[in-house]
Design a protein around this ligand. Sequence first.
Ligand code: C2E
Ligand code: MG
Ligand code: MG
Length: 733
Amino acid sequence: MTPRKEKKSSSSAQSNPSPKASDDDLLVASTNPPGAVLSPERFAALEKVGQHSSDLMIVIDAEGIVVYANPVALKTFGKTFKDGIGTNAFDYLHPDDLERVAVRFIDLLRTPGASIIDTVKSVTESGEVREIEIVSTNWLDNEAVQGIIINGRDVTEHRQYVAQLMAHEQRFRLAFEDNMAPMICTDLDDNIITANDAFCQMVGYSKEELLGHDSKIFTFPEDVGITEESHRRATTGDGGPARYTKRYMRKDGRVIYVEVSRSPARDADGKTLYFIISERDITEERALTARLSHQALHDPLTGLANRALFLDRLSQAHARVIRQGGMGAVLLLDLDDFKGVNDTHGHLIGDQLLVAIARRLEEVSRSTDTLCRFGGDEFLYLADGLTSPEEAEQVARRLLVALAEPFSVAGIHIGQHASIGVVVWDASRNDSAEIVQDADVALYEAKRQGKGHHVVFTSGMHQQAVSHFALVQDLRRALSAGEIVMHYQPIVDLNVTGVVGFEALMRWDHPERGWVPPTVFIPLAEQSDLILELGAFALHEAATAAGTWLPDAPDAARPYVTVNLSAHQFRDPGLVSMIEKVLETSGLSPHRLIIEITESVTLLYIAETLSVMEDLNRLGIGFALDDFGTGYSSLSYLALMRPRIIKIDQSFVSPSLESFRNDTLLEAIVTLGHNLDMTMLAEGIETHAQLQRLQALGCELGQGFLFSRAVPARYVAAMLARLPGSWKSLKNP
Ligand code: C2E
Ligand code: MG
Ligand code: MG
């Protein structure tokens, strides 16, 4: 049974609906088509149209009763044929629209042939609200027939879709306009169709100035190609999102870097409609990254390469030498006693000095070489492409000469010398990290040999360095373990051959090595702060011991004690207060303390030394200039320092060097001292002959094995008890 057939039969028997029509049958038929409205012919015509229409079609009579509903209409309201026909159409209207539609329909009924268009809310059988766009037409084509034919379309989904679309559009507009990120949209010719405020701010142009133009107006001229290429790809290639970086020239002329993300906006068919371009000003970010990467590879204070960059260049140079042959060198430069600068003048001056040193070293560096601050007061120099080891030594000398002139920092003149360890390497070396270690070993050796010069690494140095290192470690322990002691060597008045004082000399009573001489461990201690501890210890011990010494005759002066001080101690700002404290705790009169300093020490840091000497002189402490004649004697400095005693180095006195020349020098030195009104002391007197000669020259004081070696403190009293002149009976040792 086809619905059509059924409907036809129904329409012919108007009051007798087909028994076969079921509730589920949504097809059109009429149970009771009011003949007044729909003649069978009309009904048939309507049905023909309505059956195939994709729109809903309803015919109502003047009372609003449904006389015809096509399948789409029935389906829309969830009605069956049976339920639909004969019901009141106004029952389907949503209460909101009821009155309005009723008024309009009444109007419509008054005007035959008229139509109204409206969108109404209706309620389906299941209670669902649907929106229907309707065209309602007065059906009155003859006086007898009153009714309205309603053509409609369920636009619920469409309306929802449009609403969504609008909300979407609204959201996009807000997201675009108010976006903090600069954004523009461009058409397919890359002309700007819209730009947000952030974008205008970024490029410094107003919206009006931008619209309709392409990005060339603000693109940095050299980067126009980047935009063109991106646009070409976007419109020809796969057209997917793209990201690139380019420069813009703002309206004010400032150049900025931007990161551009371009995505196509497409229609449902995938056709590109326009481009959405979001941008980011990365100028500061780039600058920061550049700064950070510079910082990562450079020393912030001096701006020189840092350790990481140096090691990288070294391994590159190393690899090059392995490939191409030749040789290179690494020079490790360490400032001598730099700590003293910090201690004396403060870190600010210390830092400025480091910068000044970096500039001097830079001036004499080859552009192909790498100069680096290795940390603290250490600099590394990589000499690349050498043809002989001698060239490396030339570099070392050049660097040392660069530092020879004193520096002027904040109006202060500071002399700063350095030591250099040199390693020359070629393809046979297989580890670049090891090269730096070897430079350190050579540097250590340079320091040990007396600073201010360079030493080239040799394989034998390694073992030596290791044992030195072990010794320094051991020395730290020794001091607290009480293995360091002071011995005292008498200072004799050569006229009466009586003891007038003692020189305190340090000894290390090593549990395995036996007595370790100070000439071995003092230079090691001088490479660290350990020397300050040892120096304080010596002063404290010597002053405490001397506090107990009494003169050998009741009317004679009490013997004095001389204590050797290292150069490092003179650069320690705590020196003067430390000595004051020592005098206080030991109760020793300052007049009985004489400090021995060597010429080389005083010459290196003349200004600092002189000022400390002045302070100590004021306390009443005297000075002895030790090892006179071995350093770079300068008479002007001698006059400046005015030491109480000049100790003539034993090389002028010792028998091995006894010669006419030495004798003449000895005489000259003694005469010089006397002319300057200073007391002369001869070191290393071992024979009666030497003693007599010195006596003949009028040298006042002497020390040496002829009288005594340095002895432990407990023998001092016995030595003092000897009457003057008793030394004369001494035999040669
Ligand atoms: P110095 O101050 O010139 O000390 C004199 C050195 O000559 C001492 O060696 C002493 O034992 C030695 N000597 C004395 N008479 C004779 C002699 O007739 N013949 C020979 N051949 N040598 C003689 P020592 O004790 O080994 O000291 C060596 C150096 O170590 C000292 O030279 C001094 O510069 C340094 N030193 C010793 N003790 C200290 C100390 O407490 N502090 C510091 N900073 N340096 C010290
Ligand atoms: Mg001495
Ligand atoms: Mg000496």
